[in-house]
Design a protein around this ligand. Structure first.
Ligand code: HEC
Length: 201
């Protein structure tokens, strides 16, 4: 083999090696993105699996609509504790928008049994409402492809009762959930309640 032939072989070899490394990294990146641990998980039939570990997510706030202030008959008399994945929270804080795959998880938590007519009870800190048993989960998920007919968000209920909750849930019809969020929320999420934590310094 001449020197020239040997040089050509070296160049071809190093170009091939570079191309392989590039292809492998692109593949790894794509895999990492599509299988990112924090993304929602779906069953083969398209139901959302109840996420795991959500008590370790970022806590955004707790709207409260007690029975005592709703004629004794609030549809959701519990605290509505809202959580979001830390990855989605960090992305929101960078861009001001929830990324694809965001899960807003609202866990209902009963207030302690009333000892007063207004539904309140008394603790050493004062008279008021205090958290007690867990009592259900509602979820909204951002997925612009799956839920393109409802502004890119899907809505799910995993039971309105004490745990254990349902393991998976099908998306609910627009009339049950999405339409009220479309009509009343800020880009599908009632952000005004969570801004103190979403936008905290
Ligand atoms: C009548 C209007 C209305 C309907 C119908 C409704 N929601 Fe909401 N939703 C709200 C309001 C208002 C809030 C924030 C205040 C609160 O929780 O009380 C909220 C909050 C939420 C949150 C917390 C994140 C956010 O956007 O604030 C989730 C998750 C959620 N709803 C899911 C659901 C699901 C699932 C359904 C259907 C089973 C549903 N919602 C039906 C009005 C509605």
């Amino acid at each position: 083999m001449t020197d020239r032939q040997q040089n050509v072989r070296k160049v071809v070899f190093s170009l091939t090696a570079t191309a392989m490394v590039t292809a492998v990294s692109a593949y790894q990146l794509a895999r990492a993105e599509s299988s990112a641990e924090w993304q929602p998980k779906w069953t083969a039939s398209g139901e959302l699996l109840l996420p795991k570990g959500y008590h370790e997510w970022v806590y955004l706030g707790s709207p409260l609509t007690p029975n005592a202030l709703n004629g004794g008959n609030a549809p959701f008399p519990e605290y509505h504790n809202v959580y979001v994945q830390p990855e989605a929270y960090r992305a929101y804080r960078k861009t001001g928008e929830f990324p694809e795959g965001t899960i807003l998880l609202k866990e209902l938590q009963l207030t302690r049994p009333a000892t007063n007519d207004d539904g309140s009870s008394v603790e050493v800190s004062g008279r008021g409402f205090f958290p007690a048993a867990l009592n259900g989960i509602d979820i909204s998920v951002k997925d612009s492809k799956r839920f393109k007919d409802t502004n890119g968000w899907g809505f799910f209920n995993f039971g309105h009762h004490a745990p254990p909750y349902e393991k998976s849930a099908a998306a609910l019809p627009a009339d049950a959930c999405a339409n009220c969020h479309i009509a009343n929320a800020d880009d599908m999420v009632f952000k005004k309640f969570y801004k103190p934590i979403l936008d905290a310094e």
